[in-house]
Each structure stands twice: as C-alpha cells, then as structure tokens.
Design a protein around this ligand. Structure first.
Ligand code: NIG
Ligand code: FE
Length: 411
C-alpha cells in the first residue's frame, strides 16, 4: 500500500532529524515546506520534498492536495474518552448557578459517572467509547491517551482497562492507557479515605500491572480529592510497577503537585489553570512537560493555563482536550488549537507544536509520532483548501479537516 500526496500548499512540521520535543523560544518555529509532496508506504512516512523533485515517484493512490495544508495528526495526550452516558443534567445545574465543586459535594460529578459506569456492561462501554474514538479520528486526532478513573472499584477499573485495551487493538489510532484509580473518593470510602488509598496501592495497582495494559499512573491531586502526601503514596506504588506519573495538578488550587510530579519524574503535569513562580521553577531542568487543557477552562469557566509564562520561561508546553463527561465534553483538537491561540495567547506555530510533537512527547511516543519525519508513522491530516495554516485556529469551531490518513490508511 503506497500513497503519494502532491501539490501540497503547505506541509507543516517537517523535520529532517527526529525531533521529540520543542521548548520555549523554539516553539515559535513551525518548519514548513511549500509546494510539496509526501510519500507514504504502508504505515510509514518514506519521503517528502518539493514538487519539482517528485517526478518518477509512483504510488497506488495519488491525492492532489492543491490549495490544501498537510500536517501530522493531532496528538491528544489527556483524555477520559471511556465513560458511560453523559452529565447533561449537571451542565444545566451549572448554568443555573451551581459550581463544579458544589455538584461534586452533593455526590454528583465523577461519582455520578462512576455509578453509571459500574452498571454498564463491558460490551456497552466499549460500544459507547469506540464511537467517540472514531469521532475523534474524523476530527484529525491520530493518537489518544485514555485514562481509567470512572470505575473506582477494582472490578470496574479493570473493566475500563480492558475496554481501553480493546480500543487499542481495534482502532487505527495509537492509544496510550493510563491508570487513574485515584480520580475521586468512592462514596463507600467517604469516611475512610485511607482504606481506598490502600485498595489502590495494595490491590488495584498490582492487579492492573498484571494485565500489562497501562503505561502511566495518574492522580487527581486537589483539595477534596488527593493531598500531596496521598498523591506521593500512590505515585510510589505506581513506580514499583513501572508506571510513570502523568498527573492532574493545579486545576483549582496550588498544592505543590508540580514539584511532586517533577520529583517522581512525571512525564507530564496537566491542567495548571492555577500556577505560581515556584511551579515554573520546579519544571525547569526536568523531563516533565506541562499540559494545558483549554476546553476544560472554557466549559467550567475557570482560569486558563498561563501558557505565556510557561513558554517564556523556556519550558515546553502541550495542549490536549481533557475529553470527559464532566469538565470537557468535547474531544475536538481543532477547537483546542484555536482556544490556545485566542485564550492562552499562543501563536498558531506554538499551538500546532503543542498539539502535535509536544502532545506526542506527553504520551511518550514522540519518537514515532507528531512530526513529518522519514520513518515516523503515517498519521496525517489533509485540510480543506485554506489560505494559510493560521486559518486552522482562526476559523474557530469550523472543521478544517478534509481527509485523514491514519496508520497509513486513507479514510
Ligand atoms: O480532568 N479533574 C479531574 N478530572 C477531570 C474531570 C472529571 C469529571 O468531572 O468527570 C478533569 O477535568
Ligand atoms: Fe482530566
């Protein structure tokens, strides 16, 4: 199977050598080839170059991309795509004045989704979730991290892991599973949280590790959820089973979760709607990437992650959807790229870097995904005819995607 894309107006994120992350000032640069071709064999990017040098390349399928932009598929490094039902009633409660915290304190929120997921059969959960994954693929996403965290019992968390595994096996998208058993305190453990933490560290993590599905461990480190000390206990238990941290921190309060993440060599620290100087300092000279989730800020009407402060301090930044039923019921990366420009004051170049190569880094897959580089996986977006790549974030909430190549297959 071979595909040749010709007459590409702008081929974005072209790297001769295999770059795996872009930081600070470098995020302002998005390498582009104009009037280009791209040649793919099976699931791999083989060659690219100027149209003048395209003569003689034959392929089974040729796509004329006149007027169109071609770029690597979006890499969405933070999602909760596996869930049951939705939380539209809480959405209306929030419109009528209740806060996210007030809804959670009433036993709604994550616990609401957990109760529903526990009652949902594995087959039904898979059917609901694969449908969402296919929608994400159609919107240009080629790699997706998916967390557990709506199970909150050993049995239901393992059910989520098996569903994620099946999606990983059956979808063309690259799927990266994360264990987020410490997402909330189940009702039955309301007055003995330490017993739930014990259940996670002594039973759930070892059993999950045996299934060998999850790559990462996550904790919702936040007031009313898991404290710094509790988060540390869980990260230690994860590390004992080779689960590297990717954690929820600084969404509503600054507890010190960023420094804790850095201490445990977290791959990413995510949310960061609240951020101080010490947090920024803690990220310098580490391999931990901060991840902003502007769709969550938009939907909950909370602060936006101060992306400028992070990037201007020389740090890398990734952006992701946080796709979940409570705080971000949209997995549209095109919107996230636009929101990064409009609300986080990132340039289109920075936003596209954050949504491709840096998103791949935040999943630990940037050696194979996130840029147009020979040998990397052929996950490609072909846009509709656009005047320039900056039209992707400019025309917010429009769909720029015309065609998708995922794992070398044209959809
Ligand atoms: O990333 N903050 C914690 N977890 C999710 C929200 C989960 C929910 O409300 O269902 C988030 O925003
Ligand atoms: Fe999240």
């Amino acid at each position: 199977m071979s595909i040749l894309i010709t007459n590409i107006k702008q081929l974005l994120q072209v790297h001769e050598s295999n770059v795996t992350i872009v930081k600070g000032e470098d995020m302002k640069t998005l390498p582009i080839l104009e009037n280009a071709y791209l040649y793919i064999e099976n699931d791999t990017i083989i060659e690219y170059g100027n149209m003048e040098d395209c003569d003689g390349i034959m392929a089974e399928t040729t796509i004329d991309a006149t007027g169109k932009i071609v770029l690597p598929s979006w890499c969405d490094s933070h999602t909760h795509t596996v869930y049951a039902g939705n939380r539209t009633s809480e959405f209306v409660d929030r419109i009528n004045g209740l806060t996210y915290a007030e809804i959670a304190n009433k036993g709604g929120g994550i616990l609401n989704s957990a109760a529903l997921l526990q009652q949902t059969s594995e087959a039904d959960l898979y059917a609901q979730s694969i449908k969402r994954v296919n929608e994400l693929i159609a919107m240009g996403t080629g790699a997706i991290e998916i967390k557990t965290g709506y199970g909150l019992t050993v049995e239901a968390e393992l059910k989520m892991l098996r569903v994620i595994k099946r999606i990983k096996q059956e979808s063309l998208a690259k799927i990266i599973p994360t264990l987020l058993a410490a997402h909330a305190i189940p009702k039955t453990y309301k007055d003995n949280k330490q017993d739930y933490i014990k259940l996670i560290t002594e039973q759930l993590i070892p059993e999950a590790a045996k299934l060998n599905i999850a790559h990462y461990i996550d904790v919702f480190c936040e007031d009313g959820y898991f404290s710094i000390a509790e988060t540390e206990t869980i990260l230690k238990a994860g590390a004992a089973h080779n689960l590297r941290p990717k954690i929820h921190v600084n969404q509503f309060n600054i507890l010190g979760g960023i420094a804790l993440g850095a201490k445990y060599n977290a791959l990413s620290v995510d949310h960061l709607e609240e951020l101080n100087e010490a947090d920024i300092e803690a990220l310098k000279h580490t391999e931990t990437i901060p991840v902003a989730l502007p769709g969550c800020s938009y939907f909950l009407s909370i602060s936006y992650t101060p992306a400028r402060a992070l990037i201007d301090a020389g740090l890398p930044l990734a952006i992701a959807t946080d796709y979940n039923p409570g705080s971000a019921p949209s997995g549209n990366m095109n919107f996230v790229v636009s929101a990064a420009c409009v609300k986080l004051k990132m340039t289109p170049e920075e936003a596209i870097n954050a949504a491709t190569i840096n998103g791949a880094y935040a999943m630990g897959i940037s050696n194979m995904y996130g840029s147009i580089t020979r040998g990397k996986k052929a996950n490609i977006i072909i846009t509709k005819a656009l005047s320039d790549y900056s039209e992707i974030p400019y025309a917010f909430a429009h769909n720029p995607v015309d065609q998708i190549i995922i794992n070398g297959q044209l959809l």
